[in-house]
Write a protein that binds this ligand. Structure first.
Ligand SMILES: *Cc1c(COP(=O)(O)O)cnc(C)c1O
Length: 469
């Protein structure tokens, strides 16, 4: 299996190189040169398989022999051993042929763990096989940072530096990062905004001597291995729903969306052979994707802060991967469109491409009031507490469902206790953290506060990285 860039110019790479390189050299994103196919007979066999076994079957063709089967099985077993549900991502029937897939049973209580817990051991394995080390550097507004730190902590081949905006992440989010005591984990609170943190990370990557000396790498949502690991749970959910309802046939998914990584993985599963009727893309007031799926035009607006902050995004970086398919895998056209977008803040696709997208994708957006109303309605009808992101997804499912005979699976992407204020506001009930997180609010914190200053951050990283010594 080879991976090619969506912008058509970068060299095709194998899985291990794509894993470590992140972005392609031509500025594009890597995608498989052809989607591996899973036959209907194989999909039928998925029913009843434990999550890790199903993951091995789905992931193996993507890895294309760069990791041997025994090692890959070990990596996957390790990845999914830290979830507090035997199903990893349990699926619940909530009535009316609607289902919730709970994706928050990992160490940091959000769906990012589903891919990050795999990324940690697979990075470690590939690096050790090659005798290399990397320095991972990233910026976070909350969920990604803790998921990345949990995935990388204590791994010899990886040093991780995570920048967050000082005083601008929630106590739970900050403590999930700063109470990790492993020596390879470095938390930096920047006196600035999330955008300042991101700019600092970009500037570090652009400092070539530093980048090469410390071997910078990224685990952000454009990393192909994250998408790959996320295709698994679409197959898993469909097999669970079929088993619960003793049915066969197509299913639909509703996905609360920010960077488009999660729902793109679902699209990948459908390209591999999973029978999917609809993908409903849920957005909060940052509705750029809803507008695209209605009109075929992507037009940048301003970022509005909402109660579902992990979706407060205007540019959905993984959308480029779908665009590549919509434009008949023509890298030159993708490059031209993305350049236009960068220069003018907008682009449009032709009717044919829009119709292809609309056959599968449906968008819907909800403001904070509507999101809270959904949290309240679901609580009153079923007793389930939804976090605001999950509520946006379910609201979108209900608004855009075209056939009630097709099971609708809404992805619950965060534990309600990660966003307790919004949930309490909506229902009067304050969700509590799971018992296993009991020590979180007491543990000792490790974090250094730095000015929003490139030289200060550069010096800090250079002094604290082992691989630079
Ligand atoms: C990251 C995140 C999302 C958005 O996922 P994308 O893959 O960026 O579309 C949704 N909900 C939660 C809780 C998240 O952390």
């Amino acid at each position: 299996m080879k991976y090619i860039s969506t912008r058509g110019k970068a060299e095709a790479l194998g899985f291990d190189d794509v894993l470590l390189s992140g972005l392609a050299r031509d500025g594009g994103l890597y995608v498989p040169d052809a989607w591996p196919k899973v036959s209907q007979a194989e999909i039928a066999e998925f029913s009843g398989l434990p999550y890790a076994e199903l993951a091995l079957r789905v992931i193996r063709p993507f890895v294309g022999g760069t990791i041997d089967d025994g090692a890959l099985a070990g990596i996957i077993d390790e990845a999914y051993s830290r979830f507090d549900s035997p199903d990893v991502a349990p699926v619940k029937d909530i009535g009316n042929n609607e289902y919730l897939m709970e994706m928050f049973h990992g160490p940091t209580l959000a769906f990012k763990d589903m891919a990050m817990q795999f990324l940690g051991p697979v990075f470690d394995h590939v690096l050790k096989t090659r005798g290399e080390t990397v320095t991972i550097i990233g910026a976070t507004s909350g969920d990604t940072g803790s998921a990345a730190i949990e995935a990388c902590r204590g791994r010899d081949a990886i040093e991780i530096f995570m920048l967050h905006p000082h005083g601008r992440v929630s106590d739970v989010q900050r403590r999930q990062m700063t109470t990790v005591s492993d020596a390879n984990v470095h938390n930096i609170a920047i006196e600035g905004t999330f955008d300042d943190c991101q700019d600092l990370v970009k500037a570090m990557f652009n400092d070539e001597p530093l980048r090469d000396r410390l071997r910078f790498s990224a685990v952000n949502s454009i990393n192909w291995a994250r998408i790959m690991a996320q295709t698994v749970y679409y197959f898993f959910a469909a097999s669970k729903v079929h088993a619960l309802g003793e049915t066969k046939g197509p299913v639909s998914f509703a996905v609360p969306t920010g960077n488009f990584g999660n729902v793109f993985a679902g699209y990948g599963a459908s390209r591999m052979g999973l029978d999917v009727d609809q993908f409903v893309v849920g957005s909060n007031s940052n509705d750029i994707l809803t507008r695209f799926f209605e009109s075929g035009s992507m037009a940048l607006g301003e970022v509005h802060p909402t109660i579902s902050p992990s979706m407060d995004i205007q540019i959905s970086s993984n959308f480029e991967r779908l665009l590549f398919d919509l434009l008949d895998r023509d890298g030159d056209r993708v490059r031209a469109v993305m350049e236009e977008f960068r220069e003018t803040g907008k682009f449009s696709v032709a009717n044919k491409a829009l119709e292809t997208a609309q056959a599968l994708f449906y968008g819907a957006c909800f403001d904070d009031g509507a999101t809270k109303q959904t949290i309240r309605e679901v609580y009153e009808a079923t007793g389930e507490l939804l976090d605001p992101h999950s509520a946006v997804g379910l609201a979108a499912a209900r608004a855009q469902r075209r056939d009630s005979r097709v099971p609708m699976i809404a992805l619950a992407t965060a534990h309600p206790a990660k966003f307790p204020d919004a949930v309490q506001d909506a229902t009067g009930v304050r969700p509590t953290l799971p018992d296993r997180m009991a020590g979180l609010m007491e543990g000792e914190e490790r974090c250094d506060v730095l000015a929003n200053d490139f030289e200060a951050v550069r010096a800090y990283v250079s002094d604290h990285a082992r691989s630079g010594q």
